[in-house]
Every structure is written in C-alpha cells, then in structure tokens.
Write a protein that binds this ligand. Structure first.
Ligand code: ADP
Ligand code: MG
Length: 238
C-alpha cells in the first residue's frame, strides 16, 4: 500500500511561506513527478512527505493513517538519495544491507532482501565491489537498492540523476520506469527536467513558488495546460 494524502499542508521557514496550504492525493502505485523551476519548493514538499521537515500546519496521511507527527523511520517510505551518499569503504552488499542492519533485522531476512534487490537491479555480480569500482549508473542502482530492501510503501526520489551525464540519465530513467512497473510501488520523483516529467510520470504536479499550478497526466497537461506558465514549462504548443 502507498496512498499518500496531503490536506492543507503548509510550510514556513521563519516568516517565509514556502508552501502555501495545499491539497494533494497520490494514489497507491502511482508514479508521480513534482516538476518546476529551481527554488519552487519541490524538495521541501518531498521532505515534508518523508518527515525530514515538519509541516507548519495541515495533515499528511499514509494509507489513511495520520503520519504528520511520525518520525521518518516510522512512515514506511524510502528516500533515494543521489549515489554519492553511498559509503565508499563498504561493499555494495554492505551498503544495501546498512538500513536493515541499523533496524536489527535478522541475517536470513537481510540476505533474502539483498537478493531480491540485486535481482531487480541487475547488481548480483557487483555485490562484493566497492562504490569506487562501479560506474555512475551502477552506483545509482545501489542507492536505489538501499531503498528497496526497506520494502517501503513509497519511494521518494529527489533529482536522483542530476549528477549523471546526459547519456547515462536516459538509461537510468528507463531503469527507474521499469522498476516501477515491476514493483508496482508508489514513486514520487522530483525533477526540474520537463523531459523526465513527461516521459516517466503517470501524474505530473507542476509547482511554481510553492503553489500547485496543475495536476494531470502528461497528455492532459500537454493538451490542456491551465495557464501560460504550465504551457511554457511543459512545452505545449498552446
Ligand atoms: P526546489 O527543490 O524546488 O529547488 P526547495 O524546496 O529546495 O526548492 O526550496 C524552496 C524555497 O525554500 C527556496 O526559496 C529555498 O531557499 C527555501 N528553503 C528551503 N529549505 C530551507 C531552509 N531549511 N530554511 C530556509 N529556507 C529554505
Ligand atoms: Mg530541490
């Protein structure tokens, strides 16, 4: 399960309102992309959902349960960080096992989940290498593997491909989309890249200065952009 609802969620940093009260529903299994220019509040919104920031007001629910006051570890969500967040001195296996080890999971269950993640990500042959011996794409897969083993209700990605070169980005985009089809788990993906949004999303949330300008499928946004900002951002002919 991975249905996430935001009800009048607002975020202020001091006196500055970065996210005005907004409502949003993310359905179980959806691939949702938050897109918008730099500084519009994408990361903040994702961090509110993850519990890495506290809301100033409003309510977050995960599968109907109030989650607003839950710490990140209790929300059942997994944030995928950029690949440079890997531990360079640990093998791939240990990097992937790290969150399970921290949670005190027994070894047999850890091994089962590592195998499952390695199979899903084609990392089986790389488990005993260290991040420095991997390509950028492989490192990014390890970072995703570390999220998969938590068997989360949803994966949260914050511009995970921004430090990869253009060619690699295209391949990783396809891999993440394929992973979504295979796992059928909710994914929320933050990017400022319109092409990523249009090619990966079931549902796009267009943000400008913390406001939701429009929510819809790529085709809906392309055909019926609500305003000039959305049209310009999506590259719609309108
Ligand atoms: P995006 O991810 O879309 O680039 P962010 O969510 O990082 O945007 O930032 C949205 C706005 O909130 C920006 O104006 C940023 O400067 C501000 N902001 C983000 N984090 C903090 C913070 N911890 N303290 C104060 N202002 C912040
Ligand atoms: Mg950001």
């Amino acid at each position: 399960m991975g249905r996430i609802t935001l009800e009048k969620v607002q975020k202020k940093f001091g006196e500055t309102e970065v996210i005005p009260p907004l409502d949003l529903t993310i359905e179980d299994g959806e691939f949702v992309v938050f897109v918008g220019p730099s500084g519009c509040g994408k990361s903040t919104l994702l961090r509110l959902i993850a519990g890495l920031e506290d809301v100033s007001s409003g309510e977050i629910r995960i599968d109907g349960q109030p989650a607003t006051d839950l710490p990140p570890a209790k929300r059942g969500l997994a944030m995928v960080f950029q690949s440079y967040a890997l531990y360079p001195h640990m093998t791939v296996r240990k990097n992937i096992a790290f969150p399970m080890k921290m949670a005190g999971m027994d070894q047999a269950e850890q091994d089962r989940r590592i195998k499952k993640a390695a199979d899903a990500l084609n990392l089986t042959d790389y488990l005993d290498r260290r991040p420095g011996q991997l390509s950028g794409g492989q490192r990014q897969r390890v970072a995703i593997g570390r999220a998969i083993v938590r068997e989360p209700a949803a994966f949260l990605f914050d511009e995970p491909l921004s430090n990869l070169d253009a060619a690699l980005r295209v391949g990783m985009r396809l891999e993440i989309s394929e992973l979504h089809s295979r796992l059928e788990t909710t994914m929320i993906y933050v990017t400022h890249d319109q092409v990523e949004a249009m090619t990966m999303a079931d549902k796009i949330v267009v943000l400008r200065a913390g406001n939701i300008e429009q929510v819809g499928s790529p085709l809906e946004l392309y055909r019926e952009p609500r305003n000039v900002f959305v049209a310009g951002f999506i590259g719609s002919p309108k």
